[in-house]
Ligand binder design. Structure first.
Ligand SMILES: [Zn+2]
Length: 119
C-alpha cells in the first residue's frame, strides 16, 4: 500500500514525463518564431495594418519585416528605392492597401498630384 505522498510523487513523475514528451513533439512541429531581421529592415506591426479580406498573406507580413525595395518608376523609368521605413509608414500609418506597392518616384508622384488637382 502506498502512502498519499508516494502516490503524489508517482503522479508528478508521470506528469513530468508526459510534459517532456509533449515539448519534444511540439519542438519538432512548431518552427521557432524568432525572426532574424537583416540590417536596415523594420519589423511589421501586423495589428497596425489596414484590414483586408483577401486570402493569403503579403510577403512582408510572412517575412515579419520591411526591407528596402528597388523599383522602376512607371512614368520616368528611374530606378528608385522604396525604403523599409517608408513602407512601414505607408502600410501602418497611412493604412495603405497591403498589396499596393510604390510605382512612381517622388518627382513623378508630385507632378501627378498637381495634374490631378491636388496640392
Ligand atoms: Zn519618376
Amino acid at each position: 500500500m502506498q502512502s498519499g505522498k508516494q502516490k503524489r510523487t508517482a503522479i508528478m513523475a508521470k506528469r513530468k514525463v508526459k510534459q517532456e514528451r509533449l515539448c519534444t513533439v511540439l519542438a519538432a512541429v512548431v518552427p521557432p518564431r524568432r525572426i532574424i531581421r537583416p540590417k536596415g529592415s523594420v519589423p511589421v506591426d501586423v495589428w497596425a495594418l489596414a484590414p483586408n479580406n483577401s486570402y493569403g498573406t503579403p510577403a512582408f507580413v510572412q517575412r515579419g519585416y520591411y526591407e528596402d525595395i528597388t523599383f522602376t518608376c512607371r512614368d520616368c523609368g528611374a530606378r528608385q528605392v522604396w525604403t523599409a521605413s517608408r513602407q512601414q509608414w505607408w502600410y501602418e500609418t497611412a493604412k495603405g492597401y497591403v498589396y499596393s506597392t510604390a510605382v512612381r518616384c517622388l518627382g513623378c508622384r508630385q507632378q501627378r498630384r498637381r495634374a490631378l488637382g491636388g496640392q
